[in-house]
Every structure is written in C-alpha cells, then in structure tokens.
Design a protein around this ligand. Structure first.
Ligand code: R5P
Length: 290
C-alpha cells in the first residue's frame, strides 16, 4: 500500500509540502464544475488520479464552513474510489471550542464534525486544538500534533530574544517554542471582556530594549495580540512581532495587527501571513501511525 496525498482547496500548499516530505504522489483535484455541471453554487470536487488500494492522506481544515463540505465530498469520493485507508489531516479544527454543551439543546459541535468524518475516514490528525481532551470523544482515533516546533524553527532565526504568552492558555505553547528557540519567556494574564475586547493585567516584564515575539495558538480578531503588544511597547520593547499556528485574521484583525512589526502564521490556514510550514510535523505524525 503506497501513500497518496489529496488536498481540499484550502490546503493545496500544505498538501503539496506534505507529499514532498512523505515522498508520496499528490493527487490533483478539479474544483471547477465541468461545463455540463449544475449551476446552483454548490461545491464540486473530482479526483484526477487513482487512489485505489492506497493509504490516502486527505488534507483540509474545517474553516471556513464551506471547506467542510469539500472535505466530506472528497472523503466520500476517495472512499468510493476504493482507497484502503483514509487519514484525515485537519490542520485547523474549527468548532473545536464547542467541546461541550454549554447550554441545553446545543450540539457538541467538535464531536458533530468528527462523527461525519468517521463515515469515510479511519483516523484524524489535527493540530494545536483548543482542548485536546475532546479528541477522546471522537468515534475514530484522533491525535493532536503540535504546531509549535514550526514556530520554534522560524523564531530561532528571527532575531528574537524574548517570548511572551498573552494569557495562561498560551503558556504551554510558549514553553515549547522557548525550548526549541532557546529563548526566555514570560506570560501575561488576560481578561476577556467580549468577543472583540480583552484586557491585560499589568505585570512587570523584562523586555526593555528587547525584540519580543508574542506566541499564541490562534489569532482571530487580533485583539489579544494588539493588547499584549501595547503592554510590551509601554514597557520599552523595541521590536514586537506575533507568531501563531492558526491565523484566522477575521473582522478588524488587519487594523489590530498594525501594532506589530511582523506577523507569522503557519500554513494550517493559508494567508498572506503564512511564513512557516507544519508539513514536517504532520509528516512525522503520519510516519508514526500504526
Ligand atoms: C484564546 O484562548 C486563544 O488562545 C487566542 O488567544 C484567541 O483565540 C485569540 O483571539 P483574538 O485574536 O480574537 O483576540
């Protein structure tokens, strides 16, 4: 059984990089309807190579929502094309934060997605998910891969001499990056006022005259990063950059990010800020599969 890589339209650069790492074939997919196709605005996918009897690595995040449809269509097409095994590589697992029923009548949305992936896929690999515990509730084996080594490699060469976790949640991330980049770190405490506003608890940081990278799992609106950057500048940091695994960059993010000298995101979600690849991390996880 050989390995083949198939990517949804959100993950083509990552899928190609992963295929190179694994020395596997990259199977092209047509996403444009053929001339006789239906004009209803629905998604279309067609595998342009054989996956029969192969172990297929299917790469696609579940964000934004439209990409979920493509992911399910591709998984079904690969299954129907007689693949032996399908590993879903979901580099960013959207709905990961709805990991329990906060109010009666809600779905546990992370589990909802996993149940549908389990229809055609044999296992799931995802990256730096909000709560890795939720993976234990999935109906097929699911593993979290860390995206922090990719940021660590990048920051090691980015002339950074201090790292900052913007909140308690990010301490596990900054610790891992700090070990790889051999860089000291500290953390702030964040209070979330609403979806768009956060407040940092003042704290003395050893950043005067230093070049600092704020490390987080996700940048969404950029509110967290902007508040942390303001605190760093007020304490005399001379250069402030931000590094995240998943760059969503929604709503006012680009305005908020003007507070930074540079922004680095990985290719779990492709954006103009994508500067580091997590292909080596996923390749190692795939090689380690039983
Ligand atoms: C929250 O715990 C996460 O680690 C991020 O800090 C958060 O999702 C970032 O959101 P935003 O960019 O909207 O402040």
């Amino acid at each position: 059984m050989a390995t083949k890589v198939v990517s949804g339209s959100a993950s083509i650069p990552l899928g190609r990089a992963l295929a190179r790492e694994l020395q596997a074939d990259f199977i092209e997919v047509a996403f444009e309807r053929h001339p006789g196709g239906f004009p209803d605005g629905e998604h279309y996918v067609r595998l342009l190579g054989s996956v029969s009897k192969e172990h297929v690595i299917l790469v696609q995040p579940t964000w934004p929502d439209a990409k979920i449809i493509e992911l399910f269509l591709l998984a079904d097409a690969i299954h129907d094309s007689d693949a032996d095994r399908i590993t879903a590589v979901v580099p960013y697992f959207g709905y990961g934060r709805q990991d329990r029923r906060f109010l009666d009548g809600e779905p546990i949305s992370a589990k909802t997605l996993a149940k549908h992936l389990a229809v055609d896929c044999d296992e799931i690999l995802t990256m730096t998910i909000h709560n890795p515990e939720v993976l234990k509730t999935f109906p097929i084996p699911a593993r979290e891969v860390s995206g922090m080594p990719s940021l660590g490699r990048y920051l090691k060469t980015a002339k950074v001499d201090f790292l900052l976790a913007p909140d308690d949640n990010a301490i596990r991330f900054v610790r891992e990056v700090g070990d790889i980049a051999s860089t000291p770190w500290d953390s702030l405490e964040k209070e979330r006022i609403d979806s768009y506003t956060v407040r940092m608890t003042p704290k003395k940081l050893a950043v005067k005259g230093r070049s600092v990278a704020i490390v987080d799992d996700v940048i969404s609106t950029g509110g967290t990063i902007a508040s942390a950057a303001k605190e760093l500048r007020s304490q005399g940091a001379h250069r402030v950059i931000a590094a995240c695994v998943h760059g969503l960059f929604i709503d006012s993010a680009e305005t908020n990010l003007k507070a930074l000298d540079d922004v680095i995101a990985t290719d779990t979600i492709q954006s103009p800020h994508t500067k580091a690849s997590v292909a080596p991390e996923f390749a190692a996880a795939i090689r380690a599969l039983g």
